[in-house]
Design a protein around this ligand. Structure first.
Ligand code: NAD
Length: 357
């Protein structure tokens, strides 16, 4: 077992909560938000995260600090720092903790960086996920829920994405790695009857959001009076999903095992780039300086999640409007990020692109 200072409980610690859930990537944006929700309702949470430097690690350390602060003594949180691809390490985590549910959020995220360095993505995302599913079937996990991505729809002609579409045209190594995870998940369900649910997230934003993604970047740059890059005329539109809605969908999937399912988790409606910038201006209280550039090759004008399957089978529906979500995110940026975590702009993940996931 990795004896990192982040580790907070002895091995073989008792299960005190309702469910004992292994949350991989639990120091990251979505993983830490799920962990907070599970702890708040009384579940036990075991986090595994390698604390990589894809973006400023102080953000992840702050996430873990907040989890420890909110975790009442009668509840149970254990944090391991290590790589999900390290077989010996992960075996010892499963042996020590005996989780019954797995919420697998750990991955190398980001579309454009995956084109520069595909092997990191193949390693963490495909090898890591396979390794976790192998352990999950050996340890009799009741439900394996994992993060897929709307990027699997990449080459689709449609702009209203539904799970029934034939999706076999991923257009980046990141998207291909997520598609590979979905295929492997089916294989583990078929071979071993492992209950597996894949969740295709559509651009997630909110407090503690990733600094490489457009919602954080736009708020940050408008707040600091720096120029934004807008590709195209501003009419292109994306489905942005507030973090609380995504957490609600993940927890519903954890609580409702299916033999094998894939769900879209999105808002189900789009926001244009122009509207996005004006909402950020309104909540930051400052005009954006916009540099308009030509459309990027390969960008599609409109994407939107069909969330009817998640509604029918999980009871999921997104409730937070984009306006309200950005208001809450700006409040977090000003009250927590700037005061407690603030990083130099150059140390953040690079690029000024559109929302990547
Ligand atoms: P994130 O980078 O904030 O969190 C991922 C965490 O996983 C990080 O803390 C990282 O240190 C950890 N990690 C990565 N590789 C690891 C490894 N090999 N071993 C252990 N830990 C490892 O990203 P996020 O936005 O919270 O994304 C969570 C999941 O959701 C990812 O699988 C991502 O691909 C997926 N997703 C996110 C979005 C989005 O909009 N944020 C959209 C679609 C899919």
């Amino acid at each position: 077992i990795n004896s990192s200072p982040h580790r907070r409980a002895s091995a073989m610690s008792p299960h005190l909560g309702l469910k004992k859930v292994l949350v991989t990537g639990g120091a990251g944006f979505i993983g830490s938000s799920v962990a907070m929700h599970l702890l708040a309702r009384g579940d036990s949470v075991v986090i595994v995260d390698e604390m990589n430097d894809y973006y400023d690690v102080r953000i992840k350390e702050n996430n873990l600090r907040r989890l420890r602060e909110m975790c009442p003594p009668e509840h149970h949180l254990v944090v391991y720092v290590g790589d999900i691809c390290d077989e010996e390490f992960m075996l010892s985590v499963f042996e020590a903790e005996r989780p019954r549910w797995v919420c697998h959020m750990a991955a190398r995220a980001g579309v454009r960086p995956s084109i520069q360095d595909p092997f990191v993505y193949i390693h963490s995302n495909i090898r890591g996920t396979t390794h976790l599913m192998e352990l999950s079937h050996k340890f009799g996990i009741e439900n394996f829920v994992f993060a897929s991505s709307s990027s699997v729809y990449g080459g689709s002609k449609s702009t209203f994405f539904s799970e029934d579409e034939c999706v076999d045209n991923p257009v980046s190594p990141y998207a291909a790695s997520k598609k590979a995870c979905e295929l492997l998940a089916y294989t583990y369900h078929h071979l071993y009857r492992l209950n597996v649910t894949g969740l295709r997230f559509f651009t997630v934003y909110g407090p503690r959001g990733r600094p490489d993604m457009a919602p954080f970047k736009f708020i940050d740059r408008v707040s600091r009076g720096l120029e934004l890059q807008q590709f195209g005329d501003g009419s292109s539109s994306r489905d942005y999903t507030y973090i609380d809605d995504i957490v609600d969908g993940i927890v519903r999937a954890i609580d409702r095992p299916y033999p094998y399912q894939v769900f879209n988790l999105g808002k189900g409606s789009g926001t244009s780039l122009r509207e996005f910038i004006s909402i950020v201006e309104k909540h930051v209280g400052r005009d954006a300086i916009v540099n308009v550039l030509p459309d990027q090759p390969g960008d599609v004008p409109y994407t939107c999640a069909d969330v009817s399957k998640a509604y029918d089978l999980l009871g999921y529906s997104a409730t937070v409007s984009f306006d309200e979500g950005i208001r809450r995110t700006v409040r977090w940026y000003e009250d927590e990020y700037v005061k407690n975590i603030c990083v130099e702009p150059e140390t953040q993940a690079n690029g000024m692109g559109r929302a990547a996931s």
